[in-house]
Write a protein that binds this ligand. Sequence first.
Ligand SMILES: NC(=O)c1ccc[n+]([C@@H]2O[C@H](COP(=O)([O-])OP(=O)(O)OC[C@H]3O[C@@H](n4cnc5c(N)ncnc54)[C@H](OP(=O)(O)O)[C@@H]3O)[C@@H](O)[C@H]2O)c1
Length: 268
Amino acid sequence: MEHPSVAVLGAGAMGEVLVGGLLRAGWRPDDLVLAARREERRAEVEETLGVTATLDAAGAAAGRDVVVVAVKPADVPTLLGQVAGAVTGSQTVLSMAAGVPTTRFEDALPGVPVVRAMPNTPAQIDQAITALCGGAHATEDSLVLAERVLSAVGSTIRLDEHHLDAVTAVSGTGPAYLFLLAEALTEAAIREGLPRHAAERLVRHTMRGAGMLLTAVDEGPRYLRAQVTSPGGTTAAAVHVLEERGFRALVEDAVRAAASRAREMGGG
Ligand SMILES: NC(=O)c1ccc[n+]([C@@H]2O[C@H](COP(=O)([O-])OP(=O)(O)OC[C@H]3O[C@@H](n4cnc5c(N)ncnc54)[C@H](OP(=O)(O)O)[C@@H]3O)[C@@H](O)[C@H]2O)c1
C-alpha cells in the first residue's frame, strides 16, 4: 500500500502541515480527508489544501487505512467519543497528541491498533523528526503504515512508549530552544554593534549551517565543538562563560519541566 488512505482529525497547525506533506509526497487529494471543529476553519483548510474537509469526524474516519489524531490532548476524550464505533480493528489510529498514552485510545476503541507519535514543527518543510511507538494491538504492519505517513514530513525513529514524554521535551519542544537561542544571539549581535538585518542573517545561516554539519558527520556535537575551539581562543572564552553560568544545568531543568508538563497534559 504505497499511499494508504488517511483521515486527519483536527485541522490545526499539525493537521494542515501533515496533509500538505502527504500531498507533496504524492498522495492524491482523494486519498485524504480532514475533520475540523468549526465551519470557518473547515472552509479555510479545504480552500488552502484542496482536500475535502468535514465537520463529521466519525464520517471522515470510517474506512480510512490510517486515522490521525491531531487535536490538542485536552480535546482527545471528546474526539474519541465522536469516533468510537466508526473505527475498526482493520484501521490504524495514529495519535500525535502530546502525553496521551496509547491505553487511553485502546480503552475507547477496543481492539484497534494504535500508534503514538511525536513529530516536531520542521514538518512544515518536511524536516521533522518523529518518534513513534505501538500500543498493545499495533502490529508491524500498523507501525510500517504509520511510518509511511509520517515519512511524508521527515524522518522517523521507533522507541518504547515510556520514552515518549522525554521525546516531547527534547525533539517535540526542541525547535523552540533553538529559536530562543537564535533570538538571544541576534540581540547580542546587535548589542555588539551589528545592524539588525546582518545580525539576523548571520544567526539564521549559522544555525542552518551548524545543524546541517551536525547531521552530516558521524562524530557528534562534542567533536564539532572541539574543532572550533582552540585553547585561549574566542570560542573557548564564550564556552567558558556558558559553562560557568550553568548552561547545561539550565537545559536539563528546561527539558525536565517540559517532560513533566507532557505527563500532566496527557493525564499520565
Ligand atoms: N505544534 C507542534 O509543535 C506539535 C508537535 C508535536 C505534536 N503536536 C501535537 O499535535 C496535536 C495538534 O497540535 P496543533 O499545534 O496542531 O494544535 P492546534 O493548532 O490547536 O490544532 C488542533 C485542531 O483540532 C481541532 N479540534 C479540536 N477538537 C476537534 C474535534 N473533536 N474534531 C475536529 N477537530 C477538532 C481544533 O479546532 P479549533 O480550531 O476549533 O480549536 C484545532 O483546529 C496536539 O495534540 C499536539 O500535542 C504538536
